[in-house]
Write a protein that binds this ligand. Structure first.
Ligand code: C2G
Length: 131
């Protein structure tokens, strides 16, 4: 088997939920490519600038042993393009996106994995914020 897996995310304030989805995604093949959302895309999606900038987030993701290649995701509308140019066989996303990427089933397998419960970037930021 020589499957190429692709996934996308912001991965801001990197936490164990991020790590686990990347490790699980890698198991669907033997080459994992990660599209890291740009700061601008994150602002347009969530209305806030990430705590860590896109270069720092790319640096962290590319240092992980389960990750083989990292690129910047500039727009949500470019998913089909990224799947094609990176020759992905499998798209893996967390189930907060369940059903949202089914339109790509014509060019690759689309898999949604359950999120790790009780952890999120927002929760971490809230927890460490000094009152
Ligand atoms: N995740 C998870 N468990 C958590 C938190 C996040 O499995 N407790 C997963 C999400 O489901 C996602 C990945 O980690 O698949 C990255 O999460 P985010 O950084 O929140 O990604 P998001 O901003 O949703 O960006 O094109 C799609 C977007 O780029 C996804």
């Amino acid at each position: 088997m020589k499957e190429r897996v692709i996934t996308f995310g912001t991965f801001d304030v990197f936490h164990v939920g991020h790590l686990r989805i990347l490790e699980r995604a890698r198991k669907f093949g033997n080459y994992l490519m990660v599209g890291v959302s740009t700061d601008a895309l994150n602002f347009s999606k969530k209305g806030r600038i990430p705590f860590y900038n896109q270069d720092e987030r790319m640096e962290i993701i590319s240092a992980l042993s389960c990750v083989d290649e990292v690129f910047l995701e500039e727009s949500l509308e470019l998913k089909r393009h990224y799947i094609n140019i990176y020759k992905a066989d499998v798209l893996v996303m967390g189930d907060d996106w369940a059903g949202k990427f089914d339109e790509f089933k014509d060019i690759c397998s689309v898999i949604y994995l359950p999120r790790t419960p009780s952890i999120s970037t927002t929760a971490v930021i809230e927890k460490i914020r000094i009152p």
